[in-house]
Design a protein around this ligand. Structure first.
Ligand code: GTP
Length: 270
C-alpha cells in the first residue's frame, strides 16, 4: 500500500510550488519595477528547499537536497540541487563546488570539455574530506542552454573557439547567475566556503553576492586531445587559472609539480 509522502511546509508555503512569488516587471535599465513603475525593493530571487534524500552512488553515499529557484518572481524556475557529505550546516570553510550542468559530457560522455571529470573530482573530494557540498545548477552551456550550446559546437567545428562561437551567435560569453548559491548556503547556515574552481569570475560573483569565500581549491583534470584547445581558451580568454600543457589535482589543492607556477599558495587563499 502506498505511503503518503510528507513534504515539510515552511512559513506556510508549499515547497512544490512558488505561490508567494509575484511576477517582476523590468524597466529599460533592467531594474525590477512594480506595475505602476516604482522601484521594487523586495528581492525577486527566491530559492525554496523541497526535500532531502540519501543517495548511494558509485562514489559513495551522498545527501541529496532538491530546491526550486526563481529569479522572476515565480514566472519561471530552475531546480538546483545540493550533493552533500557530512554535516556542513553552521560550519566555516566548507569545501563547495558550484557546478553547472553539462549534458554533453555528464550524460553522453563527450570529451570536448572537462565538466564531467570536474564533477567526479568534486564528488571524490567531498566524499574523502567531509563535510562538503556540490551545488549543481541547471545552467547548461554557461547559461545559454543546450540547443544554443549545440549551435556553438557546430560553429566550433568550423574553427571558432568557445568564446567566439557564443559571440557569433549573438550570445554572451557567460550568463550564469548564482543567487541560488547564496540562498542555498544561507538555508544551510554555511558561514564561509572554500570554492573548488579554476574560474576567477565565479569567485568574484559569489563574493559580490555576499558569500564569504576564504580560499580556492583548484579543480583540474588531465587534458586530452579533444579538450586541449577548449582548456587553453578558458585559460587565455576567460582567465581560468590552469596550465594548458598538463593538468593535475590533489585533494589539498596544492601543486604536485614544481613547474606549476600558476598555483602558488596565494592563489589558494585569496
Ligand atoms: N557555451 C558553451 N558552453 C560550454 C562549452 N563547453 C562546456 N560548456 C559549459 O560550460 C559550463 C562549465 O563552465 P566552464 O567554463 O567549463 O567552467 P567553470 O564552471 O566556469 O569553472 P570551473 O569552476 O573551474 O569549472 C557548463 O555549463 C557546460 O555546459 C562550450 O564550448 N560552449
Amino acid at each position: 500500500m502506498a505511503t503518503a509522502v510528507q513534504i515539510r511546509l515552511r512559513n506556510g508555503e508549499d515547497p512544490r510550488r512558488l505561490p508567494s512569488l509575484r511576477r517582476a516587471d523590468y524597466d529599460d535599465n533592467g531594474a525590477q519595477v512594480e506595475e505602476n513603475g516604482s522601484a521594487i525593493t523586495e528581492s525577486y530571487d527566491k530559492t525554496l528547499f523541497v526535500a532531502e534524500t540519501l543517495l548511494p552512488t558509485r562514489t559513495g553515499r551522498f545527501r541529496l537536497r532538491g530546491y526550486r529557484h526563481s529569479v522572476d518572481g515565480g514566472l519561471t524556475y530552475t531546480e538546483p540541487s545540493c550533493i552533500m557529505t557530512g554535516n556542513p550546516e553552521g560550519c566555516e570553510q566548507v569545501a563547495v563546488r558550484v557546478h553547472d550542468a553539462c549534458f554533453t559530457s555528464e550524460v553522453l560522455g563527450s570529451l570536448k570539455c572537462d565538466c564531467a571529470e570536474q564533477l567526479q573530482l568534486a564528488m571524490d573530494y567531498i566524499q574523502e574530506q567531509p563535510p562538503g557540498i556540490i551545488i549543481y545548477l541547471q545552467q547548461e552551456g554557461r547559461g545559454i542552454g543546450l540547443a544554443n550550446k549545440i549551435a556553438a559546437y557546430a560553429l566550433q567545428e568550423q574553427g571558432y573557439d568557445t568564446v567566439d562561437a557564443n559571440r557569433a551567435l549573438g550570445l554572451p560569453d557567460d550568463c550564469r547567475e548564482y543567487t541560488s548559491v547564496r540562498n542555498i548556503l544561507k538555508d544551510l547556515g554555511v558561514k564561509s566556503i572554500r570554492l573548488m574552481t579554476n574560474n576567477p569570475r565565479k569567485m568574484t560573483v559569489l563574493r559580490q553576492l555576499g558569500v564569504k569565500v576564504t580560499a580556492r581549491i583548484p579543480c583540474l583534470v588531465q587534458a586530452q586531445d579533444f579538450n586541449r584547445g577548449y582548456l587553453a581558451t578558458k585559460q587565455s580568454r576567460m582567465q581560468h587559472v590552469m596550465d594548458g600543457s598538463y593538468c593535475y589535482w590533489n585533494h589539498d589543492g596544492e601543486p604536485l609539480t614544481p613547474s606549476a607556477g600558476a598555483f602558488s599558495s596565494a592563489d589558494n587563499t585569496d
